[in-house]
Design a protein around this ligand. Structure first.
Ligand code: SAH
Length: 244
């Protein structure tokens, strides 16, 4: 059954309203009509089965039939802190990371970041990233839409990272501690943040600063992964460790 995310204030106990791009999808793509059923989620974990009552080009109104109890989210809330990559790689990271259960993404700039980030000019880009996350969450039948945070500098990133139950920095020169060490320290309900460097990686000084902030350097295995592969490896490893 097709799934749509609606703002929490549009998903009430007995009825819901869908507006925006999803109306086009329901009316034109799905050829929806009164009586058809769909799944609506508020993006924060509440999902319901609903039946369309009325629809036009602007708005779809539906009645709520029953709440859905689904286990689609990773038992650990995983935030990927991703060094801003070149081109449109971040879009791919968001889409695939959403499929693999990422809870949030924090893009960051560090010493070896190549792209220039100008907050004012790039607001549109962030909207686009959030839209990619929403559409991928619908496709993956998730109950939550990952949050895509505004890009931050390295110092701010360390502050944000420390707020999680556990935090690691993926460093290819680390050869004693593996990601598994961190996964063995967290339990369902905990939050985990993993820092992934940009194409050029982290400098030794950055890794030392992260360590001082209590962030554990970890290896992701014996091969060097591209930055966009590293985040997906982390998410798949969390899923394998806790769900498979
Ligand atoms: N500086 C390196 C690799 C950068 S790879 C070089 O150019 O040779 C980009 C990022 O992916 C790294 O900063 C790291 O966070 C992560 N990464 C890739 N392979 C890894 C591995 N085997 N172990 C830990 N982290 C890895």
């Amino acid at each position: 059954m097709q799934r749509y995310f609606v703002p929490p204030d549009q998903l009430l106990d007995e009825k819901l309203v869908i507006r925006g791009d999803d109306v086009h999808h329901i009316v034109r793509v799905m050829r929806g009509k009164p009586g058809d059923e769909l799944i609506a989620c508020d993006g924060e974990g509440r999902c319901v089965r609903a039946r369309i009552v009325r629809l036009d080009a602007q708005e779809v109104q539906a009645e709520v039939l029953e709440p859905l109890v689904e286990r689609r989210e990773l038992p650990i809330e995983v935030t990927i802190a991703q060094g801003l990559p070149k081109g449109d790689k971040l879009e791919w990271i968001i889409q695939k990371g959403t499929e693999l259960g990422m809870a949030a993404l924090i893009p960051f700039c560090s010493e070896r970041t190549v792209v220039k980030w100008e907050a004012k000019k790039e607001e549109k880009k962030r909207e686009r990233w959030q839209k990619i996350a929403k559409e991928a969450a619908e496709q993956a039948h998730r109950c939550r839409v990952p949050r895509v945070e505004p890009p931050v500098g390295f110092a701010e990133l360390l502050d944000l990272a420390k707020r999680h139950t556990a935090c690691a920095i993926a460093y290819e020169q680390e050869n004693t501690t593996s990601l598994r060490t961190v996964l063995e320290r967290v339990a369902p309900g905990d939050s985990l943040c993993v820092l992934i460097g940009p194409e050029g990686g982290f400098t030794a000084a950055e890794v030392a600063r992260a360590e001082q902030a209590g962030i554990l350097p970890v290896s992701l295995g014996p091969r060097i992964l591209r930055t966009e592969t590293a985040s997906q490896f982390v998410l798949a490893a969390v899923s394998y460790h806790f769900e498979c």
